[in-house]
Design a binder for this molecule. Structure first.
Ligand SMILES: NC(=O)c1ccc[n+]([C@@H]2O[C@H](COP(=O)([O-])OP(=O)(O)OC[C@H]3O[C@@H](n4cnc5c(N)ncnc54)[C@H](O)[C@@H]3O)[C@@H](O)[C@H]2O)c1
Ligand SMILES: O=P([O-])([O-])O[C@@H]1[C@@H](O)[C@H](O)[C@@H](O)[C@H](O)[C@@H]1O
Length: 515
C-alpha cells in the first residue's frame, strides 16, 4: 500500500498491535462503537456500547471476470471501450482539442483525508489493495448480435476518432446469445432481439447460462466471477408464495416454466448456482426473497438496484444538505429527457414504473432523519418524469426544481439543470460495483470461533445504487455522504486503523498526550 504526501510516494504502514500480516492475509481488530438507544417513560436513554471485530482481508486481488448482461448496450459498450482506451493510453481529438482517457471515479473516493493534522490524502486503492479495472476480463450477453464496434457507433457516446482507434479491439467482440421473454421489457425492443437462445424452456435457459458462466471461468482461469445486469429495465415481477419467496420456490418455478420468472431472475439464479456474484444495475425487483435466500445458501453476494448515476446521485446529496441545513423540501420535480435505447425502453409504462420507484425512494431516509422538519415523516411532493426524445441520444438533459420552506414562512426554490452522456456516468459505476464486490469477496470477520463472509446482500454497494437492497432489518440509507462515510470507515477498519472522526477537536483544545 502506498500514498502520496506532497507527491512523494510513501507506503502506508499501520503502526498498531491490532494489525498483523500473515501469509498475505491482513488480520485487523476494530473497536466498533455503537450506541444503544431505548425509549423510556422519562426519556430516550442512550448507552454507549463497544464491540470488537476481527477482520481478515486477503490482500492479493483475485483474477476476476465480469460478465455483463446487456454487453451491447450503451453502458456495456462504453464500459468495454473505455477499458481499452485506458489500457492503450489512447488520445483523441475533440472540438475542444486533444483528449485523454480520464480514469473514471472507479475508486469511488479518489482521495480520503486520513490525518487531520497533516491533511494526508490516500486513495482507496492504497488503503487496501483493490482490483484495477484494467485487470477485469469482460464478456457478456445481449439479445442484439451487434458486435461492440457497431454497438459503440449505435450508442453515439465516444468521439468518432476514438471509435476508430477502438475498432480493432471492439469489432471482434460479439455478445453471447441471451434469454429473451418479450413481456418483461418494452415491446419496442423486439426489433433488436436477433441473438436469442432458442426455445421457451426456462430450465434449459438456466442451464445454458450456467454453462456460459462455467466456460468463461474455465477459459480464463478465473478466481472470481461477477455477473452484472446492465440490460434493459424490466417490469416488476410478482412476488408471491409458491413462486419466488424461498430458494426452493424459485428453483421449482424455473423447473415448472413459471411465466413470472424473468430473464433477470434466470441470470441471477444461474450466477448464484455457479458461485458468481450478481449485481443488478437496473431498477426492476430481480432480487426477490427466494433469490436472496439462494445467494445466502451458496455464499455468494447479490447487490442492487439501479446505478445511481446522475440526477438521483445529485438528489441524494442535495436533499441531505437541505434537510441538514433546516431547509424543508416541500416539492421536488425531477424531469429528464434522453434519446438512447434505455429511454426508448422506459417510454413504455411498465418499464418506466420500475424506474419511477427507484428514483422516488431516494429521499425517504433523509425525511425520516429530521422529525422537526417532518414531524409526520410525510415525504415532499415528489414527481419523476422521463421522456424519450431520440434527437438527444445518450446526452440526457435533467431538470430539477426543489421548493423548500425556510425561516419565517419563507420559500426557497432551487432549479438545477444538468446535461451529460448518461453512459459516461454509469460505466464507471460498473467498475466500482465490480471492484467493491471483489474486495468484499476477500474479507471475512470473526463470529465466535470462526471467520465468515459478509451477509450475501452486499449493502456496502449502496453508495452506487439508487434503491439499495440491504440485509433484512437494515435501515436503508440513501444520503450520499453518509453512504460514503460508511464505505470509507469500513475500508480503513479493514486496514487496521479507524478513520478520522472529523471532529478536529485537537485544534480547539490541548490534545491530551497519547498513551
Ligand atoms: N446513466 C445510465 O445510463 C443508467 C443509470 C441507471 C440505470 N441504468 C440502467 O442500465 C441499463 C442499461 O442502460 P443502457 O443505457 O446501457 O441501455 P441500452 O438499452 O443501451 O442497453 C441495454 C442492452 O440490454 C440488451 N438486452 C435487453 N434485454 C436483454 C436480455 N434479456 N439479455 C441480454 N441483453 C438484453 C439490449 O439489447 C441492449 O443492448 C438500463 O436498465 C438502465 O435503466 C442506466
Ligand atoms: O441515475 P439518474 O440520472 O437519476 O437516472 C437516470 C434517469 O434519469 C434516466 O432517465 C434513465 O434513463 C437512466 O437509466 C438513469 O436511471
Amino acid at each position: 500500500m502506498s500514498n502520496q504526501v506532497n507527491g512523494i510516494s510513501k507506503r502506508l504502514i499501520v503502526e498498531s498491535p491490532n494489525v498483523k500480516l500473515v501469509d498475505g492475509v491482513l488480520e485487523s481488530k476494530f473497536n466498533y462503537r455503537k450506541n444503544h438507544f431505548e425509549h423510556r417513560a422519562d426519556g430516550l436513554h442512550v448507552t454507549p456500547k463497544e464491540h470488537e471485530y476481527s477482520f481478515k482481508t486477503v490482500l492479493k486481488p483475485r483474477k476476476t471476470g465480469l460478465l455483463l448482461v446487456g454487453l451491447g448496450g450503451n453502458n456495456g459498450s462504453t464500459a468495454v471501450g473505455s477499458i481499452y482506451a485506458n489500457q492503450y493510453g489512447m488520445t483523441w481529438r475533440t472540438k475542444e482539442g486533444s483528449n485523454q482517457f480520464r480514469h473514471p471515479n472507479c475508486h469511488c473516493a479518489p482521495w480520503l483525508r486520513l490525518g487531520a493534522q497533516n491533511q494526508i490524502f490516500v486513495p482507496f486503492k492504497d488503503i487496501v489493495p483493490i482490483l484495477s479495472p484494467n485487470d477485469l476480463v469482460i464478456s457478456g450477453w445481449d439479445i442484439s448480435n451487434s458486435n461492440l464496434y457497431d454497438a459503440m457507433a449505435r450508442a453515439k457516446v465516444f468521439e468518432p476518432e476514438l471509435q476508430e482507434k477502438l475498432r480493432p479491439f471492439m469489432e471482434p467482440i460479439v455478445p453471447l446469445p441471451s434469454v429473451y421473454y418479450p413481456d418483461f421489457i418494452a415491446s419496442n425492443q423486439g426489433d433488436r432481439a436477433n441473438n436469442v437462445i432458442p426455445g421457451s424452456n426456462k430450465l434449459e435457459h438456466l442451464e445454458h447460462i450456467r454453462a456460459d458462466i462455467r466456460k468463461f471461468k474455465q477459459d480464463h482461469e478465473l478466481e472470481c466471477v461477477i455477473v452484472l445486469w446492465t440490460a434493459n429495465t424490466e417490469r416488476y415481477t410478482d412476488v408471491r408464495t409458491g413462486l419466488n419467496t424461498t430458494a426452493d420456490e424459485i428453483l421449482k418455478s424455473i423447473g415448472s416454466n413459471e411465466y413470472e420468472v424473468s430473464p433477470s431472475n434466470i441470470f441471477a439464479v444461474a450466477s448464484i448456482l455457479e458461485g458468481a456474484h450478481y449485481i443488478n444495475g437496473s431498477p426492476q425487483n430481480t432480487l426477490v426473497p427466494g433469490i436472496i435466500e439462494l445467494a445466502d445458501r451458496h455464499n455468494v453476494f447479490v447487490g442492487g438496484d439501479d446505478f445511481k448515476s446522475g440526477q438521483t446521485k445529485f438528489k441524494s446529496a442535495f436533499v441531505d444538505f437541505l434537510v441538514s441545513s433546516g431547509l424543508k423540501p416541500e416539492c421536488i420535480v425531477s424531469y429528464n429527457h434522453l434519446g438512447n435505447n434505455d429511454g426508448k425502453n422506459l417510454s413504455e409504462a411498465r418499464q418506466f414504473r420500475s424506474k419511477e420507484i427507484s428514483k422516488s425512494s431516494v429521499v425517504d431516509d433523509m425525511v425520516k432523519s429530521n422529525q422537526i422538519l417532518f414531524p409526520d415523516a410525510k415525504n415532499p411532493d415528489h414527481c419523476v418524469v422521463i421522456k424519450y426524445v431520440p434527437f438527444v441520444a445518450d446526452s440526457k438533459r435533467a431538470m430539477d426544481e426543489y421548493i423548500c420552506s425556510i425561516f419565517m414562512g419563507g420559500k426557497q426554490t432551487f432549479v438545477v439543470h444538468n446535461t451529460c452522456e448518461d453512459s459516461l456516468l454509469a460505466s464507471p459505476l460498473i467498475y466500482d460495483l465490480a471492484i467493491l464486490t471483489e474486495l468484499a469477496s476477500r474479507v471475512t470477520y470473526k463470529d465466535g470461533d470462526d471467520y465468515k463472509p459478509f451477509h450475501s446482500v452486499l449493502s456496502i454497494l449502496s453508495l452506487l445504487l439508487k434503491a439499495p437492497v440491504v440485509p433484512p432489518g437494515t435501515p436503508i440509507s440513501n444520503a450520499f455522504m453518509r453512504q460514503f462515510s460508511t464505505l470509507t470507515k469500513l475500508v480503513t477498519a479493514l486496514a487496521g486503523f479507524p478513520s478520522d472522526t472529523d471532529m478536529q477537536i485537537e485544534f480547539f483544545t490541548q490534545l491530551p498526550q497519547s498513551k
